[in-house]
Structures are given as C-alpha cells and as structure tokens.
Design a protein around this ligand. Sequence first.
Ligand SMILES: [Zn+2]
Length: 378
Amino acid sequence: MRRLLIVLILLPVALSAQSRARNVILFVADAGGISTLAAASLHGYGAPRRLFIQRMPHIGLSATTTASQIVSDSAAGMTAIVTGERTHNGVVAQSAGAVRGKIDGEPLKTILEYAEERGLSTGIITNDSPAGATPAALYAKANNRSLTAVIFQQLFAPRFGDGVDVVIAGGRGTVAKALAEAGLELESLGRDSGRPVLGSLSEIPAGATRALTLHESGDFDLDSAIDLAVGMLSRNRRGYFLMVEWDAHTDSIRRGLDRMVALDRAIERRAKLAGRETLLVFTADHSFDIQLRGGLLGQPLLEGLEKAEEENPKGPIRIPAVRMDSGHTGEEVLVAARGPGAERVRGYMANTDIFRVMMAAYGWPLPKSTPARGKTPP
Ligand SMILES: [Zn+2]
C-alpha cells in the first residue's frame, strides 16, 4: 500500500519531467509566410500540403505586429520570438523604449541567453551574415540593425555563459567590410578572442564543442551544417538551444521557394533523427507579399516566370499562377511544433508567445515582465 502511494505521489513528477525538453531547435523561415508555404508545396511537389511542416502535429498562427508597426521586419519579428517582448522595426533585442538609430532601449534577455546562463550549449545557423537582424536578435543588443560591426563584436562579449558556442553562417565579406570600416580585422578579432574564424564546414575539427564558421556565401549545405551543429551541441549533457534561419524571401520567387523546400526537408530529416527530448519549432518572423492567383494543378507553378522577370527584374511579377509584389506583409504566420511542450502551440498566438512556449518546454520560469499569452503589450 505504502509503495503504491509513493508511486502515485511520484508519478506526476516523473510525467512532467518526461514532458520537458532537454533541447530546443527553432527553425525560422525568414519571410516564409503561409502563402509562401502553399506555393512551396505546389512548386516542390505539385500538390498542396506536401511540406513536412504542414503535417506537424501541433500548429498555431502567430501575429507578427511590432510594438508600433503593423508590418514587421526581421529585427522586431525575431526580437518578439526570442525575448517575449515587442519592439520597433530595426531594433535588435532592445525594449520599445528604443528609437531606431538614436536611443537605446532596455536590453531584452533572449532564450539563447537563458540557455547560456543555465549552462546549456547554444548555436546559430543562418545563410545570412551572423550580424543579420534575425540571428543578431539572439545574442546582440542594438538600436539599429545596420550596425553590423557593433553587432558582430557582441559575439565575443557575451552577457551570459560563454556566448554562442556554434555559429555557422554566410556573410563573411559583409562582416569583414563592416569591421574594416571600424578599424578592425576579422581574423585577428577571432584570434585575439580565442575564437578562430573558420571559413567552411570542413575546417571544423573533429570532437569540437564550439566553432565559429563564416562562409563567403550562404549557400552551404544545410543538412551538413545542422548535423555538425547538433553533433557539437549535444556533447553537453545539460542540453542545447539551436536556431536555424533559412532565407525564404520570394522577391526572387524560384530561389525563395527552393530554399523553403530545402528548409522543410532539413526539418523533416532532423525530426526523424531527434529523440524524444528535443522540441522542434518552426515559424517565420513575418510574411511576404506572394499570392497564388490562378494556375492549374499538374502544371509547373512558375510557368512564365523567367520571361516575366526579364521584363520586370525588380518586380512586381504577374504570371498565371502567382502574383508577387516585393515587400513584407502583416498577416499571421504559421507556428508548427513537435516534441516535448509542442502542445502549447495552438490557436491564434502572439509572436511573443513563442518565447513562452520554448521557456515552458525547458521547464524554466518566465521573467515577471513577460506579457500573458496572447496579450498585446501596451
Ligand atoms: Zn525577416
């Protein structure tokens, strides 16, 4: 009887421990709104609902408005997702007290910084520069996203733990140029900080637990990058946080949709490899102005695209199936999740709720300032 009682008392503890995530991987399709997903499925597979993320078990819709604007950029969008607080376009992980390019707001603590503080390993993969607004929102604070040198140097001066352990990114030239303008040099900055700046995935030493890799271009192999990053990060028994950003802007329609399909395949592959301790979350920082306007099933979605682009290289694009007007749009984006804590993704959400979902999955208490689920901060 007493033994049964002990089992009954401990059962909820065991169950709740089991439903916690040791690891979280946040996948962000930059500008990958719902219409982009619909088009990517038709472009990649010739039919709707063929993307893996469209078949994930837990889905919700996330509003993408900023503290002041209806249509978000990557800086404000990602800040909301990773800090649980909204700010203005152009501002990187600072509170809405910031004025872009003029006045600093309060620094906002990010999910990556919480993970660092607790001794987890952390990583960022992006086909953008590591100082791009989306990845920057995880480790840097700046009142203007265009302060590339200021942002990049913060990689070497972490506020919590030992900073981002694994960075696999593009934009080497962009960063080097911005540093040079500030009188700095990329290689020596890395060397002096004890973090050599590698140039490709093949340069990462076997057995490494940290690596900073900046490719010249962003079209490195995504699957290999994720495999390498997870290999390094999972050497930490406490777990890890990894963010993977892949650009899905469709101002170049074919490139954007191809990248969306590639990211989706990488998520499917990782979902098959991830154990039961890893929460996978997919979302977009904001949507993009691409629409399905016609066309027939069974015919290539992008028929006529090359000719239309020739006539109008900067858009807008009008082809039988697709209409594209370059620019972000302000409607809700998909949030999809699987793994421990994924059930909290449901219904219409605020972009700030995604931060809450990740914190709750790890079992970490929320900071007092975090707004309630679905609430729009003043
Ligand atoms: Zn973006």
